[in-house]
Write a protein that binds this ligand. Sequence first.
Ligand SMILES: CC(=O)N[C@H]1[C@@H](OP(=O)(O)OP(=O)(O)OC[C@H]2O[C@@H](n3ccc(=O)[nH]c3=O)[C@H](O)[C@@H]2O)O[C@H](CO)[C@@H](O)[C@@H]1O[C@H](C)C(=O)N[C@@H](C)C(=O)N[C@@H](CCC(=O)O)C(=O)O
Ligand SMILES: Nc1ncnc2c1ncn2[C@@H]1O[C@H](COP(=O)(O)OP(=O)(O)OP(=O)(O)O)[C@@H](O)[C@H]1O
Length: 454
Amino acid sequence: MNGWKFRRDAIRAFRFVRCGFDPASGVAQLVYACDDGPELVETVTVPGAPFALDGARAAAVERALRLLHLIAGVSYYKAAVPPEIRIEGYAIDADTAALLETIYVNGLGEFAYRNGLDLHGRIRFPHAAAATPAAPALGLREHALVAIGGGKDSLVSIEALRTLGVTQTVAWVGGSQLIAACAARTGLPTLNLGRQLAPQLFDYNREGAWNGHIPVTVLNSAILALAALLHGAGQVVFSNERSASYGSLIEGTGEVNHQWSKGWACERAFGEYLQRQVAADLHYYSLLRPLSELAVARQFARSDRYDAHFSSCNRNFHILGERPVNRWCGVCPKCHFVFLALAPFMPKPRLVGILGRNLLDDPAQTDGYDALLEYQEHKPFECVGEGRESRAAMAALAQRPEWREDALVKRFDRLIRPQLEAESLRIEPLLQPDDTEHRIPAALWGRLRAHFAA
Ligand SMILES: CC(=O)N[C@H]1[C@@H](OP(=O)(O)OP(=O)(O)OC[C@H]2O[C@@H](n3ccc(=O)[nH]c3=O)[C@H](O)[C@@H]2O)O[C@H](CO)[C@@H](O)[C@@H]1O[C@H](C)C(=O)N[C@@H](C)C(=O)N[C@@H](CCC(=O)O)C(=O)O
Ligand SMILES: Nc1ncnc2c1ncn2[C@@H]1O[C@H](COP(=O)(O)OP(=O)(O)OP(=O)(O)O)[C@@H](O)[C@H]1O
C-alpha cells in the first residue's frame, strides 16, 4: 500500500472489504478499497445503544448491515468504475446480486450520462452463495420510522400518519440543522442517524475521480432499515411521490432519472428484498406513492405549521460548500418547482413570504421555468415534478387575477399555452391518487385515501 496513489483509470478492482456493527456503541463500519489502496471506512451511527439483540434479531441485523454495506459502496465504486467488483468476508446469492446491479446501473444513470459512460453490462456483482432461505418474522412493533428530509413531502406524510393515529418516530441521516428544526417542530420522538463518508473520497475527487449523483434515497432507506431492526420498528416509511418514477427525456439518449431511487421500481425491488431476505415483518413503503407532486403540494398547503421551518432547496444539504442564507436559494430547479407547485393552492402573500420573493415575476428565471415546462429544454436533473404538472400549474395560474400579470405566467400564456392541447393542461386529473402502484398496507391506504380526499 505504501506509495499507492489514486489513478482512476489504472484501478482494476473495487473491493467490499468487510463490515461490522458494534451493539455496545451503535456504530456500523463499512469498509471498502480500490485495489491495494487504503481502506475507505464509512461509519453509520444508530442512537439508542447499547442494543441487546437475540439470535434471530442479531441475524437480521447482520443481513441488513451487509445490504447497507453493499449499497453504500456506490459512493466509492463510482470514483473509478473499475472492471471488477470483489466481495470479501461474505458471499452473496444471485437474488442479492440482481438487486445491486439494478440499483447501481439505474441509480448511477445520471452519473453515467453526464460522464459519457455506459454502465450496462459493466457492473457485475459476483455471487457464490446458495439461495438464501426466506427470512423469518421477528415480531417487530407496529411502529413507523418515518424518514424526514426537511422538505414538504415528508411533512405531509408525518401529518397524515398523525391524523390516522399511527405511532411514529421521525428519523434522518446526517447533521442538517434544518432537518433537525423540522423534526423538532413535529413534536414527535426523533432519531438522528450519523453518517460519515470515508475522508479519502474527497481526496480522490480532487485527484480526478469520476463524480456525479448517487442513489441517495435507497442508501438512506438501507440505513433506516438497519435502524428499524435495532429499535424493533416494523415499518420504514418514505415520502416518494408518483412523479419521481419519471425521468428527464434526453434527445438521442432516452430517459435519465435523477431520482431513480425515489421511483417505484426501486421501492418495489428494495421493499420486496427486505421482506424476502432480511425480516418478513419489516415493511418498507412510500406513503405518497399514489400522489403526484401537485397533489402533495396541495396537501402541504392545507397547514402553515412548517412555513417558517421547511425547505425543499437541496442547496441546504451540501456536506461541503455554501448553503442559502434564508433556506431557499431561489434560483435552483427545486425552488422554481416548489414555488410553482404550491402557487395554485396557497394565498400568494403566504407563498411569497415563505420563499422571500416572487419567482414567477422574475424574468431572470425564464430558462429555469422553461426547463420545468419542457419547453425547448429537458426537465432538470433534480427532484421536480413532471413537465405536464408544471404546465398544468402554470395554466391554472394564468386564470387567476393575482398571478396572471406576473412576467413568467404571462409569457407562458402568450407563448407556450397556445401550442398545447387544452385538455392536457387540466390540473384536476393530476390531483387524483393512482392506487395501482404502491406498497402501503391495505388497511392504512383506505383511511389515507379518505384523508387525502378530505
Ligand atoms: C446536497 C446535494 O445536492 N449534493 C449533491 C451534489 O454534491 P456536491 O458535490 O455539491 O456536495 P456534497 O453533497 O457536499 O457532497 C460532496 C461529495 O461527496 C460525495 N458523496 C456525497 C454523498 C454521498 O452519499 N455519496 C457521495 O459520494 C460526492 O462525491 C460529492 O461530490 O452533487 C453530487 C454529484 O451530483 C450529488 O451526488 C450530491 O447529492 C447528494 C448525494 C445528496 O444527498 N443529494 C440529495 C439532496 C438529493 O439529491 N436528493 C435527491 C433524491 C433522489 C435520489 O435518491 O437520487 C433529490 O432531492 O433530488
Ligand atoms: N437526510 C435524510 N435522511 C433520511 N431521509 C431523508 C433525508 N433527506 C431526504 N430524505 C427522505 O428521502 C425522500 C426524498 O427526499 P425529498 O427531498 O424528495 O423529500 P422531502 O425533503 O421530504 O421534500 P421535498 O421534495 O419538498 O424536498 C423523502 O422521503 C425524505 O424524507
